[in-house]
Design a protein. Structure first.
Length: 260
């Protein structure tokens, strides 16, 4: 269990499976010279290892991660630092976090909200002894998200116009450097939402198979076995795009793609 935070240096770990999210948060934290980013992790297993080994004062922890999600990670720690959840969940989850007195940031992280979080961090002691009970209650609340929260269209800007693309026309989403691309049968468009946000809002036919890809399983043309439980997915777009699933997403592929 971490002790009181140092007034001079706050050793900080960033955990997110999207490079763009880590890049943005790291950049935003430059405004706080007391924050020393000592490491990054991009999946659940790596986060557990890094937290136990590096023993940071503070962790910015994404909820949606391959392997173990953010809530499951905390059940597997031998050392529990201060946690700030970074989440794409919206109002319903915000109320759940507030009920449990756990701090959170919504993606994309806003400067004003981060400033409030850093003030709370400066004033705060180590997490309460009953944090795991709080997390169990939070997890139950998050699982109650209603299916009507799912989105049916994606807004795409074209000049001064906004086009609403029906999700049924989308073959897949791809994170490319600092952007997310939406791919239909013939077009590729940029969208302003990170994959973690889209993962929580898209209908059940959309499956995360890699930290850089969410695919529409109704737009799959073929599946080919690769190795160590991974597959090459051939999409039903004009280019017949080939996407290799990640081993860390093997469970999602098995339960959401291969199970009838």
């Amino acid at each position: 269990m971490s002790s009181l935070l140092s007034p001079s240096i706050i050793k900080t770990l960033l955990v997110d499976d999207e490079e763009i999210a880590i890049h943005r948060l790291r950049k935003a934290l430059l405004a706080y010279p007391e924050v020393q980013v000592i490491g990054e992790a991009m999946d659940g297993a790596s986060a557990i290892e890094a937290i136990n080994r590096l023993r940071p004062d503070l962790v910015f922890l994404d909820i949606q991660l391959p392997g173990f999600n953010g809530l499951e990670i905390l059940h597997r720690l031998s050392y529990v630092p201060l946690i700030v959840f970074v989440t794409a969940y919206e109002e319903y989850a915000v109320r759940a976090f507030e009920q449990q007195s756990l701090d959170y940031l919504l993606k994309p992280v806003e400067e004003e909200r981060l400033a409030l979080t850093m003030r709370r961090v400066a004033e705060r002691k180590a997490p309460a002894a009953d944090i795991l009970q709080q997390l169990q209650q939070l997890q139950a609340l998050l699982q109650e998200r209603r299916t009507e929260d799912r989105i049916s269209t994606i807004p795409v800007k074209t000049g001064n116009k906004i086009q609403l693309v029906p999700v049924g026309e989308i073959c897949f989403f791809a994170a490319n450097d600092k952007y997310v691309q939406l791919h239909t049968y013939q077009e590729t468009r940029l969208v302003e939402y990170p994959l973690n946000y889209l993962q929580t809002r898209l209908p059940a036919e959309f499956v995360r198979i890699h930290r850089s890809f969410i695919i529409n399983k109704l737009q799959i043309k073929e599946l080919h076995k690769y190795f160590k439980g991974t597959y090459v997915v051939i999409m039903n777009d004009a280019k017949e795009t080939r996407i290799k699933t990640a081993y860390s997403y093997a469970e999602a592929v098995k339960t959401q793609l291969l199970t009838p």
